[in-house]
Each structure stands twice: as C-alpha cells, then as structure tokens.
Design a protein around this ligand. Sequence first.
Ligand code: SAH
Ligand code: F3S
Length: 482
Amino acid sequence: MEKIIDENKQGETLVLDQKEGNKRKLFIESYGCAMNFSDSEIVASILATAGFNTTQNLEDADLVLVNTCSIRDKAEQTVRKRLEKYNAVKRDLNPKMKVGVLGCMAERLKTKFLEEEKIVDLVVGPDAYKDLPNLLAEVDEGRDAINVILSKEETYGDISPVRLNSNGVTAFVSITRGCDNMCTFCVVPFTRGRERSRDPQSIIEEMNDLWHRGFKEITLLGQNVDSYLWYGGGLKKDFDKASEFQKATAVTFSNLLELCAKTQPKMRIRFSTSNPQDLTLDVVETMAKYQNICNHIHLPVQSGSNRILKEMNRLHTREDYMGLIDNIRKIIPDCAISQDMIVGFPTETETDFQDTVSLMDYVKYNFGYMFTYSERPGTMAERKMKDDVPEEVKKRRLQDIVDLQREHSEIRTKEYLHTVVEVLIEKESKKSITQWSGRTPQNIVAVFPKEHYKVGDFVNVKVTDCTSATLIGEAIGLSMNN
Ligand code: SAH
Ligand code: F3S
C-alpha cells in the first residue's frame, strides 16, 4: 500500500486563499509524503505573488504542476500515468496549458524528464521553488526551464503558505528539510539534500498565524524531526564548526516542542517522522509534560532483524528499539505508536522476516504503513546488493504483516471501548452526512452523530463501538480545551 496522507486529497485542489487581480490559473497536485503536500502550499503561495490563483479544473489551467514522489517505483509510475492524462487534456481541450514537474522525481531525473516526457516544460527540484517566477518567464518565451539546485539553508522559512486541500482545522508546518541518515534503501537524501533546520521564530509565527485563522492542530514536519537543531542557520553536519555562543543557544527538537506547546497551549501539536536512532527521551518527557502535545509517535523501524537493520544502515538494534518502546510506555502509558515496515529487503530470509513478525507482536502497533522493497537507483542498496527476494515472496510477506497489523490495530482500538476520548472535529464522515469525523490525540479516527457540534470543536466522545481502524461513539459534551 502507498503511504499517502489522505486518499481523498490525491489530485484534489480546494481553493482556500485566492488573490484578487490574479489572472492566470494554477492546477497543482501532490503525491507522496506530507512534506510534498506542505511544499505545494509554499509553491501556491509563491505563485500567488506571480499572478496565479489555483483552480480545480485541469481544463482551465494555464499551468499544471505535479509534485512528485520517488520513494518507490510505483510512486513514479503513478506520476507517469498522470503525465499521460495531462497530455490528453492538452491535446483535446486545453492546448495553452504548460506542465511542470516538482519534487523528488524532478530532482532525481533532472534534464532526463525533458527528454523522456515531451509534455513537460518545466522541472523544479524541492529547493528551487523560489525560482519558479523566473523559470516561468522562460517557459512563457517558449523555452524549457529547469532548476534542481539543492540548498544549504532552510529555503522557505519566510514564506507563509497558502493552505490547499484545507479543512481549516489541521495544518502541516515544516521544521527541517533534507535527511543525513543515509538508510541504504532510501532515495530521500539524494532528492532532498542535506539536513537543515528552520528558525524557531518563523515556526512560531506560522503557528500563531494559523491559530488566529482558526486552525486547532499543527503537525511539525521533517524527514527526521528529532534531529532538528537550530543554531543560527546552516547544515546540521556543520554544527561542530559553530561558535561557542551558537552552541550554547542552540534549539533542539524537545526545546522547539516545548516552545510550541507553551506559545499556543490550546493548539494540538503533532510531529512526524521520528527515526528511532534520533528520538531522545527528553522529547518523550516534553510530550508528557504538555497536555497539548499529542500522545502519538510514528516510529518506523523497517525490520525486526538485527542483520537487516545493519544492512539498511539503521543505527540501532532490535533490542534498542524494544527498550525505547518500553521507555515511551513507561513515561506515557497511553502513547500510540505506529510503524513503517519494509519486507523483501535484499538477502531477507524467512528467519529475518519472522523477526519482523515477532517485533510487531511485541509492540502491537496502533497502526502502520507497510511496503515491499523497491530498488531505487543510486542508493547504497542498489549499488551494493542484489534485489534477490522474489516478487511473490515479497508480496506474501507483505500480506502476512498487513493481516497481522489489522489484528493488532483491532486490539488497540478495542482498548478504547466504553472510554471517553477527546476528538477534534475535522470534517463530515465519508460514510454518513449525519456524522462528524475527527481524531483523538493518539491519531485514531473517531466518528459520531453531528448534533449541534461544528468543525473545529474539541468534543468528548464516549466510544460505543469500533472497527479495526475507527472508533464509533457519541458526543457527551465539549471538552475543556475549547
Ligand atoms: N523519514 C521519512 C521516511 C521517508 S520514506 C518520513 O518522514 O516518513 C517513508 C517510508 O517509505 C519509509 O519509512 C520506508 O518504510 C518506506 N521506504 C523508503 N524507501 C523505500 C524503498 N526503497 N522501498 C520500499 N519502501 C521504502
Ligand atoms: Fe530515508 Fe532513512 Fe532519512 S528512511 S528519509 S534516509 S531517515
């Protein structure tokens, strides 16, 4: 299964902020991780100052941008299919439209994109969006344009994003860019560059602005949030070279969390993603100290086998990970924990796979995202190892853990039966127009009859029933957080 934020959001562009006087129309859609969805909001904001408002209709668009994902081959194939669709629309309905590719595929394929896909006029990597107005000027003059330069600075800290696909209640706030971890299977360090952190001041300003516009929950985003470190700018790897003053006044991730939690004590705060090797207990203690930091940690482990973890360059063992889980549960007993897993990494044996199964049995995650290994060009695993687990074995292992996770999710959701949970209402339930849908602090979806409540309310909900992924209940009143 693909890791996506919300299936409904794929390809949708809801118009929230429109600037008067803007004449040109931008259709923008995003694939892949939350960071891509967040980056598209930054892009829409940059282009709003260059004369573009967003549209939901491909047929009307002057400019079509697709923010792409390279994490697995399947993600790239999805984008290729979309390009075919744009091609058909351009040919039959909208010959004036220009097409640009953003994000990780742009960075990975660079000029190859212009050669391989005739429909593409513009290729822009994740750190080059500020250059879009200049690049578009070139496209307007009939030339293809490309910028895939990666940056050493947090590039968009000063941009206030336009909120696309917004429910008006929850928003993403980027805090770091890039990743220095070099997991051997992962293309992200190549497509998003080295790790750098954003000025806490600008993070707080964005959070305050969201709060004043009625938003009730933010998710702090980074490939590896726990490695956040602000010391005045620059790459994380250059921290050693910082001055004594910079080192003494540096802001860590737990400092940042605390700052956010204190600045807006009624705003829910989430974060994603944590690499187990970088998650420190002071972060967990800060979570415990502030009621508005949600009790959920997305803690991808990828494999339960020590040998495979080593081959993946994940710098912890199975035992370290289990110890971390024990500590999290000691400090926050009701903390939800979710996973990402990869099956069929090169050389993975049945015994290695059974180690993954037994680790899942140990943790009993609340939910998770599971994938078959997809070899990515340029990564260490691709260069040094043979993709030797047969496709049908990968598929069978995936099915096994997907089934196991469903069982575990069911056990976990059942723990909430007959309890009262706090739900932040986000939208109407997909299944019924008479029900609201929202999430608990543990990130579990809950649905309940609308009554007089409204989107953005924090509501106490008595859980009367559940499926493996959803709590079903009825509201018993507004929570004290309103
Ligand atoms: N730190 C990132 C991880 C990005 S990739 C984050 O913010 O989520 C998300 C997940 O995709 C990883 O945790 C991993 O489980 C999966 N993944 C990454 N590369 C992969 C590959 N080559 N094949 C299959 N799954 C992969
Ligand atoms: Fe990828 Fe590992 Fe970073 S999964 S994003 S290299 S933490």
